[in-house]
Design a protein around this ligand. Structure first.
Ligand SMILES: Cc1cc2nc3c(=O)[nH]c(=O)nc-3n(C[C@H](O)[C@H](O)[C@H](O)COP(=O)(O)O)c2cc1C
Length: 464
């Protein structure tokens, strides 16, 4: 399934349905697997409830939500999106009869689900698209707006046990810390609807509930229903829900698993969830994906998130014209920004601002800054800027002992690494003592003449 999805994704192909997948014991599962759901930019946008052209505007709305602007400015910004704002104020709706509870099993057996083992060196079956719901200790079980929803992969280790791999800075991990020495209820929705899947994967501001935000994207409120064995509400229209508890201090080694870097992660301890009930639709579908060297499905989603987050970045660093996190560089390890350059040293200021701004950029080990005439989404343009506007001895800034994710085995110390900033902008003022080159371009008239003369002309086949 990994090989098939990988090829179809590279070709921009459709979502996939695998009927009768083979289980580890050789038997065929009754439950089909869906993969490559978000394999194209178009389908990610559709999951956000918009056309690809609407991505920038949704980004503006997200920026307005984050803005630490004075109240007047904020009010003004939000008045531009009255519908979305109204949707954010609505609460989830409670369903009495939930499709996800058509079948309820209080003797859970994860073995009947076709959980994918994605890579040859993987430790075992891995739930790759779970929406993990948690709440803080002391919060009311029916106050779903206070829930956190995150996508954290889950390794199946027994019929009723999974390991939840939330990294320490994630919402789920923060909730777990709040429960201290008490067991913590957890719900995992499999095959949640696209709006909830993407809301859970988006880095939303802490003050925005993912469940409510999914309603904004979907255009209707989130439907929830009380869980059967834990004090929580769960997505009523998911395909499958796992309910259970995390007991204090109970961990197990998670991994190794193939990750988005293109390498296997080493095994690390993460909390174990004891599954107390599994509920599902009568004929559920199981949603899967895999993470691997880009392009993979998360990297397609990441490219859309890049554009959604751009207005937030521009709000804080207004001279940034465009910013691109190339999916091929694991979606965050390299960034290229173009700026409206006005004063000497500006490219370095932008680098430091970016590294210090959003948590995601602390793991960006190479930053290239160009002028606004360079298309930062085009490696040919970037290469030309580097080749003509950059001097390695003058225009490279190297930092040492800065934060890095532990997945980066190339850094000499775990969690600490260097960073490189490359200033590929044209040098101005005291940045250079030499005459700078003059960029060549033909006149618009000449270009128009050529266009008219050659318009529609195809190179004859066999032309040399
Ligand atoms: C397919 C997929 C798999 C992911 N796996 C993990 C994971 O295993 N652990 C993790 O901490 N984040 C993972 N993420 C990223 C988080 O879901 C994402 O950062 C999310 O915004 C976290 O939500 P939170 O800020 O509420 O914790 C994954 C994202 C996707 C799309």
């Amino acid at each position: 399934m990994t090989a098939v999805q990988s090829r179809v994704l590279r070709q921009g192909g459709p979502a996939l349905r695998f009927d009768a997948p083979v289980l580890p014991d050789g038997a065929r599962a009754d439950i089909p697997v869906i993969a490559n759901l978000f394999g194209t930019r178009h389908r990610v946008a559709a999951g956000l409830g918009i056309a690809p052209e609407g991505i920038a505007e949704l980004g503006e709305f997200l920026a307005a939500l984050r803005a630490p602007a004075p109240v007047e400015g904020m009010r003004d910004a939000l008045s531009r999106w009255p519908m979305l704002r109204a949707a954010l104020a609505t609460r989830p709706r409670l369903l009495r009869r939930a499709p996800v509870q058509q079948e309820v099993s209080e003797a859970p057996d994860l073995g009947v689900f076709p959980v994918q083992t994605c890579w040859p060196g993987d430790a075992g079956p891995l739930i790759t698209w779970p929406v993990v719901l948690t709440r803080a200790r002391g919060s009311a079980p029916d106050s779903a707006v206070q829930y956190n929803a995150g996508v954290y992969r889950a390794q199946v280790i027994a019929r009723d046990r999974v390991i939840l791999r939330w990294l320490p800075h994630r919402g789920g991990a923060a909730h777990q810390r709040s429960w201290g020495s008490e067991p913590m209820p957890v719900a995992v929705a499999l095959g949640a609807d696209p709006a909830l899947l993407l809301s859970a994967a988006l880095p939303l501001p802490e003050t925005v509930s993912e469940l409510t935000f999914s309603g904004v994207l979907r255009g209707s409120r989130a439907d929830l229903t009380p869980a059967r064995s834990i004090p929580m509400l769960v997505p009523a229209r998911a395909e499958i829900v796992l309910e259970g508890w995390i007991h204090p201090g109970e961990t197990a080694p998670e991994g190794p698993f193939g990750d988005h870097t293109g390498y296997y992660n080493p095994a690390e301890p993460f909390p174990v969830m004891r599954v107390t009930a599994i509920t599902h639709r009568t004929t559920p579908l199981y949603l899967s994906t895999h993470t691997g060297r880009p392009p993979d499905e998360p990297s397609v989603i990441g490219a859309v998130f890049n554009d959604l987050v751009l207005p937030v970045i521009r709000q804080q660093i207004p001279e940034i014209r465009d910013l691109w996190l190339p999916p091929a560089a694991c979606s965050y390890r390299i960034a290229v920004a173009s700026i409206d350059k006005r004063y000497p040293g500006q490219a370095r200021r932008v680098m430091m601002a970016l590294w210090g701004m959003l948590a995601q950029f602390s793991y960006t080990k190479m930053l290239i800054v160009t002028d606004a005439d360079i298309d930062v989404r085009n490696w040919e343009d970037i290469a030309w800027a580097l080749a003509t506007r950059m001097d390695p001895a003058r225009d490279v800034m190297i930092l040492d002992h800065t934060p890095m994710d532990y997945l980066d085995f190339a850094s000499p110390l775990e969690g600490l690494a260097g960073k490189i900033g490359i200033d590929a902008t044209a040098k101005i003022g005291s940045e250079t003592t030499r005459d700078w080159g003059q960029k060549m371009a033909l006149s618009p008239e000449a270009e128009a003449f050529a266009e008219e003369l050659l318009g529609g002309l195809q190179a004859p086949t066999g032309a040399r």
